[in-house]
Design a protein around this ligand. Structure first.
Ligand SMILES: *[C@@H]1O[C@H](CO)[C@@H](O)[C@H](O)[C@H]1NC(C)=O
Ligand SMILES: *[C@@H]1O[C@H](CO)[C@@H](O)[C@H](O)[C@H]1NC(C)=O
Ligand SMILES: *[C@@H]1O[C@H](CO)[C@@H](O)[C@H](O)[C@H]1NC(C)=O
Ligand SMILES: *[C@@H]1O[C@H](CO)[C@@H](O)[C@H](O)[C@H]1NC(C)=O
Ligand SMILES: *[C@@H]1O[C@H](CO)[C@@H](O)[C@H](O)[C@H]1NC(C)=O
Ligand SMILES: *[C@@H]1O[C@H](CO)[C@@H](O)[C@H](O)[C@H]1NC(C)=O
Ligand SMILES: *[C@@H]1O[C@H](CO)[C@@H](O)[C@H](O)[C@H]1NC(C)=O
Ligand SMILES: *[C@@H]1O[C@H](CO)[C@@H](O)[C@H](O)[C@H]1NC(C)=O
Length: 345
């Protein structure tokens, strides 16, 4: 049930260019593929399948000798025929027993051209690849992800990564990753991690529904980020003072944590901010002060603001009507509720 809420369609409407490309290609590339897949990649996919448990037989099209470019969930590059995308997310319907189980086979790493890997909402007993490091004892490592050197989109949401303490080092350092979804992965803080040499590529980061209690400092050195989703991750204390470091940030979702005090001024230096959701926290501040600051940084850009369920005080000020791009606003001041939703035009 929690999972259904977790995947609200929100980032999709904000990042069509990133999220919809795989989806569109999934339909188009699929229909016009008259090329045959590369035999070694077909073998790798079959080996991968053989280590999975597929109770609803979702992968029934994956058979020996077939054209793997036409298999369900597989998208090949339209010119080279290399497997480019694997879409194996389980449908979210609670009635369908369609989650894949079993183990991730190292043959996955033979798909050298893979740019999209979506294994979300499945029920793998282990998401690590034991042989990746030979005799290495870090058996729960996520290090195999670095072996997929063309990867741009990775979604492992709902996989149990509680023992993969290197998740942050591996994913934040990945040189080509644009979009990372690790929602509800039982991630925890790594108290020993000081810093990583961060990727400049990562644009979309979703760590929602974990148990982090503080925002990992390394996030603030990911200067390419445009969207951060940190909903439901048990954050407490004040909002960290460093979001202002991520200059091009457009979407910041901190809904449902225990953040207190007032919003730090540095956050109001983000003048590309379109979406700010701080609802269901313990922020204590005068709403007119917040709106004045947003007026200065984000008058033209702000599209959606949700401050509901905090400890706000004060009155709405006259500036509100001047936020020309604001189409969603929800503020709850103590007892009185102010909600505005208007269509643009
Ligand atoms: C192959 O895909 C690229 C984009 O990924 C597109 O620009 C190109 O037109 C496609 N070529 C063919 C032959 O479909
Ligand atoms: C996940 O797998 C375990 C056994 O490995 C099973 O008991 C459980 O019901 C499965 N959960 C779902 C949602 O399929
Ligand atoms: C996650 O994995 C750890 C160890 O691998 C295990 O102890 C824990 O019970 C798992 N949690 C869930 C919710 O499956
Ligand atoms: C980051 O990269 C620099 C130069 O490439 C290297 O000297 C340094 O040790 C690296 N730091 C970490 C934490 O990996
Ligand atoms: C979250 O982590 C804290 C300690 O960091 C722990 O006390 C708490 O039980 C954890 N909650 C869950 C749901 O795992
Ligand atoms: C944020 O930027 C300031 C100024 O450039 C820098 O001193 C600080 O270390 C940065 N903080 C983090 C957490 O990256
Ligand atoms: C904010 O939360 C932290 C951690 O729970 C607590 O130590 C601090 O006293 C709180 N500050 C305020 C102003 O409530
Ligand atoms: C206002 O919103 C529109 C549509 O989302 C966008 O194209 C435009 O760039 C925004 N204006 C500013 C100043 O950001």
């Amino acid at each position: 049930m929690a999972i259904a809420t977790m995947t609200t369609a929100l980032p999709i409407s904000f990042f069509p260019f990133l999220l919809l490309i795989p989806a569109i290609c999934f339909t188009i590339c699929h229909s016009n593929s008259n090329l045959l897949c590369i035999p070694s990649e077909r073998e790798a996919l079959l080996k991968f399948k053989n280590h999975l448990i597929d109770p609803s037989n979702r992968l029934s099209s994956w058979v020996e000798g077939g054209d793997c470019c036409k298999w369900v969930g597989v998208v090949c590059h339209n010119l080279t025929g290399h497997v480019h995308q694997l879409h194996l997310a389980a449908p979210l319907s609670p009635n369908e027993q369609s989650a894949l189980e079993g183990k991730i086979n190292p043959s996955l790493l033979e798909l050298n051209h893979l740019s999209t890997l979506d294994l979300s909402n499945n029920n793998f007993s282990s998401i690590h690849i034991p042989k990746f490091f030979g005799n290495d004892l870090k058996s729960e490592s996520l290090q195999w992800v670095s072996g997929l050197s063309s990867l741009q989109y990775l979604d492992l949401s709902y996989a149990n990564l509680s023992k993969a303490t290197d998740w942050l080092q591996v994913t934040f350092k990945h040189p080509s990753l644009l979009e990372l979804h690790l929602s509800a992965c039982i991630l925890e803080d790594d108290p020993y991690l000081i810093s990583v040499n961060s990727s400049k590529s990562l644009a979309v980061l979703d760590l929602s529904w974990n148990n982090l209690s503080s925002v990992p400092k390394s996030i603030f050195s990911l200067h390419g980020l445009v969207s951060i989703d940190l909903r439901f991750i048990s954050l407490d204390g004040p909002i960290p003072d460093y979001f202002g470091n991520i200059s091009f940030l457009e979407v910041l979702d901190l809904h449902q944590n225990s953040l207190n005090s007032s919003i730090p001024n540095s956050l109001f230096s983000l003048n590309h901010l379109r979406f700010l959701h701080l609802s269901s926290n313990k922020i204590e501040q005068d709403i007119s002060e917040i709106l004045q600051s947003l007026y200065r940084c984000c008058l033209g850009s702000l599209e959606s603001l949700n401050m509901a369920d905090n400890q706000l005080s004060g009155h709405l000020t006259y500036q509100l009507g001047q936020f020309k791009n604001l189409s969603y606003l929800l503020l709850i001041l103590f007892e009185s509720i102010v909600g505005v939703e208007r269509t643009r035009g």
